[in-house]
Write a protein that binds this ligand. Structure first.
Ligand code: GCO
Ligand code: MG
Length: 402
């Protein structure tokens, strides 16, 4: 079998997605997600200008060699644009492999290790009370794990809380919006939120929280300590993670479990975090981490150090990545949890998929390959629209991490 053609489909059914379609001379095609929120066209052009021409004529079964060719062969390694593009190719090839062998991708990754993939939902509210109600609503939908974020008194907006009643979607069309931030107000607020949530829901539900890279290590240590009575499943991205040993200080101060890595691209972003056991969950997505080929190795490495996976699953990762995460999550041994932020109805119509949610778990389905396809005709009705993530400033105007 040979790769005959590859094309890129850019569409915006509610939000932008970049999809790679690889076709073979035997009529089988595979899909890969190449979406990098707010930087979509950079990945599309990396694929069309630099990767696709090198793929034509290759054997799609050679996932290891093709991955090494694209990663090592470029000389310029790593980075979100490069790795999202390589990730899209790798995922599309595993999709082809599964279809050609007439088996779901999870069977190529070790087979099922569990009945389903435990997922966590997003709950939010403008106030603590509204956030508590939303956690309860998600528990009523059967979720066994819920992430809670709420508006903060004194701040107009914050990460994870939508402005109106719609579901949360951080990218906005047009140029970047700006929001204001105060770590002190956040630090005073967040333990009160979790006290109220625990009071309302009891101990039998996993609670999670995303700090979204906004604290310093000592501030994160304070938050972790103050959250200890509420037994979080994890505290996510407490600090920006360029400085891996920033996590050492947090780890030494608190038993609140730590998750990080949604912006990571290779093992080198997480090597010390894992080997020093400074984190509990690694959150790299299959697409931004460069595909199944490296993610399987990273998961196996993490397993040695008691680190489990908690793959990023926000709406800016397309249903192709969601399917990939579910095949991966059901197969690997050290799976922890999977993020589940349901896509809009328009997105689900464009990307028909076999995976489904039921009673706190998701299931990848038994179709050969990934079990996702794209309706290209429908996709063409939703043309790309420029969109950005917000910019964040402290109350005095200093630019800070969003
Ligand atoms: C999460 C993430 C997202 C990101 C988004 C950026 O934990 O789900 O933090 O909401 O902000 O993916 O593109
Ligand atoms: Mg996050």
């Amino acid at each position: 079998m040979k790769i005959q053609n590859a094309s890129i489909i850019i569409c915006s059914p509610g939000r932008n997605f970049v999809t790679l379609k690889i076709e073979t001379d035997e009529g089988i095609h595979g899909l890969g997600d190449a979406t990098l929120n707010g930087r979509e066209l950079a990945v599309a052009s990396y694929l069309s200008e630099h990767l696709i021409p090198c793929l034509i004529g290759r054997d799609p079964f050679q996932t290891e060699d093709i991955w090494q060719y694209l990663y090592r062969g470029a000389y310029w390694r790593r980075g979100p644009v490069t790795m999202a593009a390589i990730g899209a190719v790798d995922v599309a090839l595993w999709d082809i492999k599964g279809k050609a062998l007439n088996t779901p991708v999870y069977n190529l990754l070790g087979g099922k290790s569990r009945k389903g993939v435990l997922v966590y939902a997003h709950a939010h509210g403008a106030t603590v009370e509204e956030a508590v109600d939303d956690v309860v609503r998600h528990i009523d939908l059967g979720y066994l794990a819920v992430r809670a974020q709420s508006g903060i008194l004194g701040l107009e907006s914050t990460y994870g809380v939508p402005k109106g009643l719609q579901s949360y979607e951080p990218a906005e069309r047009g140029l970047p919006s700006e929001s204001r931030w105060s770590s002190e107000l956040y630090l005073r607020h967040t333990p009160k939120l979790f006290q109220k949530v625990r009071e309302a829901v009891g101990e039998n539900v996993h609670l999670l929280h995303d700090c979204h890279h906004r604290l310093t290590p000592i501030e994160a240590a304070r938050l972790g300590k103050e959250l200890e009575p509420f037994h979080l499943f994890w505290l996510e991205d407490p600090v920006p993670a360029e400085l891996q040993d920033g996590f050492k200080l947090i780890r030494e101060q608190t038993t609140t479990p730590i998750a990080t890595g949604e912006v990571f691209n290779t093992i080198w972003d997480a090597h010390d975090l894992i080997q020093q056991q400074w984190i509990d969950y690694i959150r790299m997505s299959i697409v931004h981490g460069g595909g199944f080929t490296p993610l399987k190795k990273i998961a196996d490495f993490a397993a040695l150090y008691h680190v489990r996976t908690g793959c990023h699953g926000a709406t800016d990762l397309s249903p192709v990545t969601m399917a990939a995460a579910l095949h991966f999550g059901i197969a690997i041994h050290n799976f922890g949890i999977q993020e589940h932020m349901p896509h809009s109805a328009e997105t689900d119509e464009v990307f028909r998929h076999q995976y489904r949610y039921e009673a706190g778990y998701m299931y990848p389905g038994n179709a050969p390959g990934l079990g996702v396809d794209i309706d290209e005709k429908l996709a063409s009705k939703y043309p790309y629209q420029r969109a950005y993530l917000p910019i964040n400033r402290k109350l005095d105007g200093t630019l800070t991490d969003w």
